[in-house]
Write a protein that binds this ligand. Structure first.
Ligand SMILES: [Zn+2]
Length: 360
């Protein structure tokens, strides 16, 4: 069974809108007094709670004004690739440097978050800004548009999370232009946190699919089971992963995926960490460690996997250390292919799960 396809069709909509019209869109005549006064009074760093309350206020009450835009920094995308510095950090830009009308900006932007100093963070796609916009951005920022997948592997964790969020939400809006209830065109709000159907008043929120990803070890804890799919770069082995089906718990989904893909019985599952991942759509990757009965014979589902193999802890550690030392060389190997075994690069949850196991 192709569990990826089957599970994808059953992907759980974790935020599925039924709220009636109680969230306003952008209104240039509406002033954002609470945001303005709060930022002005506090000046320095804001607490996490203060920032979340302010973002909630923008999303659910006031919408974004020109005043708010000018208080922010922008992560710029061109054809799906983010603008980064040569050190793979976000090359943040001021709204004024984009030289675009606020209305056009808002049609192509989304509210990402808020920095500790109270600076709003936006992501914006500049494809619709005219032919000269790309060169204008490049000349103002001295950054460059960087392959999205490479960016996620190389960026600091917090910034990679922002980049992944923006990509997923832009994609969701592009694919969900009409109401799923009545078929009428829907309209996004100014923060891009939802879409509203003005015919039936249904509100729709970006969806997220849960994916269980698990690093499997045998009961001796000296061997790790890694697998490769045909679409993996040559030489790379990773963790078992699969969508959690509707009606399943995370643990049940993991037990099923391990049984289906390699024919082993899971004895225990421990949650470790989670990560948003925007390939191929918006997924919440939920990472676990599992112990299996290593005395059982591997029974690999070749419709899902090209190979599954036990590796010693020492083999895995050598590969992980090599990636940590030379991350760009690893990315080059991924692009060009290698016969040598390697584990997923940094920036992926599989890498973090392996690292956590070896560190534990
Ligand atoms: Zn509708």
């Amino acid at each position: 069974m192709n569990s990826r396809n089957v599970c994808h069709s059953l992907a759980v909509a974790l935020r599925f809108g039924t709220t009636k019209l109680n969230r306003s869109g952008w209104n240039p005549s509406r002033r954002c007094n609470s945001i303005s006064s709060m930022s002005g009074q506090l000046g320095g760093q804001l607490s996490y709670v203060q920032r979340m309350k302010m973002l909630q206020n923008l999303r659910e009450k006031t919408g974004i004004t020109e005043e708010v835009i000018r208080k922010g920094k922008c992560l710029v995308y061109y054809k799906g690739d983010p603008l980064l510095t040569e050190n793979f950090s976000i090359a943040w830009m001021d709204f004024d440097d984009l030289q675009v009308e606020p209305k056009l900006f808002l049609e192509n932007a989304m509210l990402l978050g808020m920095a500790e100093r109270g600076e709003f963070q936006f992501a914006v796609q500049i494809v619709g800004f005219g032919k000269e916009s790309k060169q204008a951005v490049l000349s103002k920022s001295q950054g460059s548009f960087t392959d999205f997948r490479l960016s996620l592997m190389m960026m600091p964790t917090y910034e990679a999370s922002l980049a992944s969020k923006a990509k997923a939400i832009f994609n969701w809006h592009r694919r969900n232009t009409h109401c799923a209830k009545c078929g009428s065109p829907s309209v996004r709000n100014s923060t891009a946190s939802c879409r509203t159907c003005h015919k039936c008043e249904e509100v729709w929120y970006p969806t997220l699919s849960p994916v269980g990803i698990v690093l499997v070890a045998d009961t001796t804890k000296s061997n790790l089971l890694l697998v490769r799919q045909g679409r993996h770069p040559k030489g790379m082995y990773s963790c078992i992963a699969g969508y959690v089906d509707s009606g399943e718990t995370l643990e049940e989904g993991i037990r099923r995926e391990v049984a289906e893909e390699v024919g082993l019985t899971v004895l225990s599952v421990d949650y470790k960490a989670s990560q948003h991942w925007s390939f191929p759509t918006s997924n919440l990757m939920i990472g676990c460690h599992a112990i299996v009965n290593g005395n059982e014979t591997l029974d690999v589902d070749t419709s899902e996997l090209e190979d599954a193999r036990w590796f010693s802890v020492e083999e895995v550690r050598r590969s992980l250390d090599s990636i940590k030392t030379n991350p760009l060389e690893t990315m080059s190997a991924i692009k060009e292919g290698t016969d040598q075994f390697f584990v997923p690069p940094r920036g992926t949850l599989a890498h973090s799960l392996i690292d956590a196991w070896l560190s534990g």
